[in-house]
Design a protein. Structure first.
Length: 280
């Protein structure tokens, strides 16, 4: 049975760990759901409806605001593992015993920690535009992108997700049009929460001996998706993930940056379906 869409799914709430989590749940029920973990400064409303509805055609999709984000209560932790602890509590509060997890950007870092701390909860993992602990950010343009001024302000998301060329700008404008179709939107991320997220990212990217060793312990099937020139989390980090995860495959989409799945939604959905539907 298929229920609701990205546009029509009601915002619901569940309590866990002293947090009132806001979430939306929609799509084809009866199988393994997929829980979506969003990017820096993102809420449930920042997902591309083409992606969420495309996934929902074949499986149940769960969007949520983690602690202190959007319509959820609590304070946003300043560490990725603590964010994962909250996400795990949320998933378990829904009564879910097994789920697929998609993580985008900082959400991909959270997704990895979910698997590390609750491996029995996860079946398969999709990581988009993200990196491991100790990620290589030397070539990242995130500082200048997020500190710049945009008119209109929402064009930040074009700069953050897409390359500054004709194809990237066109894809970005289409994404924004889809993104703002929903009217009953949750609050934007506060500066306090954004600062906590930034602190968590900085801490996660610290270089230490053996920083990638944890990846060898993640034996779940993993699909790593990257753009050919990710301006936020450089593409080399996707290769690092694929090389150090025991059961990972990597797809790099051409002429794209931090949101390759928004630029190539049909291709991504086909690849995601092949991966999620595979028996291996």
């Amino acid at each position: 049975m298929t229920t609701h869409t990205h546009q029509t799914a009601p915002t619901q709430f569940v309590e866990a760990n002293g947090i009132r989590f806001a979430y939306r749940r929609f799509g084809k029920t009866g199988g393994v759901p997929i829980v979506m973990n969003i990017h820096f400064r993102g809420t449930m409303d920042h997902w591309d409806p083409l992606i969420t509805d495309g996934l929902a055609a074949q499986r149940e999709v769960i969007l949520f605001d983690n602690a202190g984000i959007g319509a959820s209560s609590g304070e946003t932790p300043a560490s990725i593992p603590a964010m994962a602890t909250d996400a795990i509590a949320f998933i378990r509060a829904l009564g879910i015993r097994k789920t697929d997890v998609l993580g985008y950007s900082i959400g991909g870092k959270v997704a990895q920690e979910i698997v590390v701390h609750a491996p029995e909860l996860v079946r398969k993992l999709i990581l988009v535009g993200t990196g491991p602990r100790g990620a290589d950010t030397a070539a990242s343009k995130s500082g200048q992108i997020f500190s710049a001024t945009y008119d209109p302000p929402e064009h930040l998301w074009i700069a953050a997700h897409f390359l500054p060329n004709a194809a990237g700008r066109a894809a970005g404008l289409k994404y924004l049009e889809r993104k703002f179709r929903r009217q009953d939107r949750v609050p934007e991320v506060s500066e306090a929460s954004a600062n906590a997220q930034y602190a968590a990212i900085v801490k996660s990217n610290e270089k230490t001996d053996g920083v990638w060793d944890y990846l060898a312990g993640i034996h779940h099937p993993v699909l790593v998706v990257d753009g050919s020139n990710d301006l936020i989390i450089p593409t080399v980090n996707g290769f690092t993930l694929q090389q150090h995860l025991p059961n990972a495959q990597l797809i790099v989409y051409p002429d794209s940056s931090h949101a390759p799945f928004y630029q190539y939604p049909d291709l991504f959905l086909a690849h995601a379906a092949l991966f999620l539907d595979s028996t291996k």
